[in-house]
Design a protein around this ligand. Sequence first.
Ligand code: HPA
Ligand code: ZN
Length: 327
Amino acid sequence: MPVPKAELHLHIEGTLEPELAFELADRNGADLPFASVDELHHAYRFEDLQSFLNLYYRLTDVLRTERDFTDLAEAYLRRASADGVRHAEIFFDPQAHTTRGVPFETVIEGLWAALRDSERRYGITTSLILCFLRDLSAESALETLAAAEPYLDRIIAVGLDSAEVGHPPAKFAAVYERARELGLRAVAHAGEEGPPAYIAEALDVLRVERIDHGIRVLEDPGLVERLVRERIPLTVCPFSNVRLRVVDQLTDHPLRRMLDLGLLATVNSDDPAYFGGYVDENLEGVRKALGLDDDHLRLLARNSFEAAFIDAPTRARYLAEVEAYRF
Ligand code: HPA
Ligand code: ZN
């Protein structure tokens, strides 16, 4: 049995496996620009974040009905439970759907049908993080948050994703302020392809509690010191960083250095259907590539629960499971 862990950086649209994409395309009469699952597999070679996003948004077109979103989330839960995931905070990108005519309600009702009972059925507690697409306008983000208002009891936080460079966090100051008024917590992708200054801006202007990716923090020693001092979690995604060419190869990944510096780093899968593995495969990958030992692995599992948006008794229960685990 794998070590118990929380997954905190997982885009539900990024769990769309080629087989399910073809099944949904068939069911919905949607066109896919690939002749077969094999041909689609070959398209999973990316130059950078944008080249990945182009395929990611293209494939979301097969997701059209509530049932499609339910099937997608069910498949993830099944997979995550085999990986020892005990708690998942799941990103979703409403604007990837509303901009092509799928209502917000369809997306959230579909996801919720799978997630509402996840603890009983899969032993996984879950919550949703609504992400704004940062290459769309601030007004579109505000409209998206307004559409979410009837469903706030299903959403723990807001996040920020999509093309980072040229879309600094401050562009979304107003919608994060509104989200905070509504009682939502806040995270943001920063320092993946974008500069360390975006990490500081996400903390200072958006007042986020966690940074998604954040590996470029290492270019700014003063900022590293701040994140260590303030115990700001970083949701690191090793396979994603290699596939999107943020890092040359897994053996060059800075995760171990981040832990040595005292950063509160966690390991996550980002878009596992596209990047070659789910969370346990990411952990096994860095274990081998970076020579991590059992203490590192226990620390990563502990960090994942420290960084999660869960109440104190739940955190204590999960941390006790980590301490009891024998590697
Ligand atoms: N970065 C930015 N946006 C994204 C990602 C990512 O890794 N995955 C899905 N949307
Ligand atoms: Zn991401």
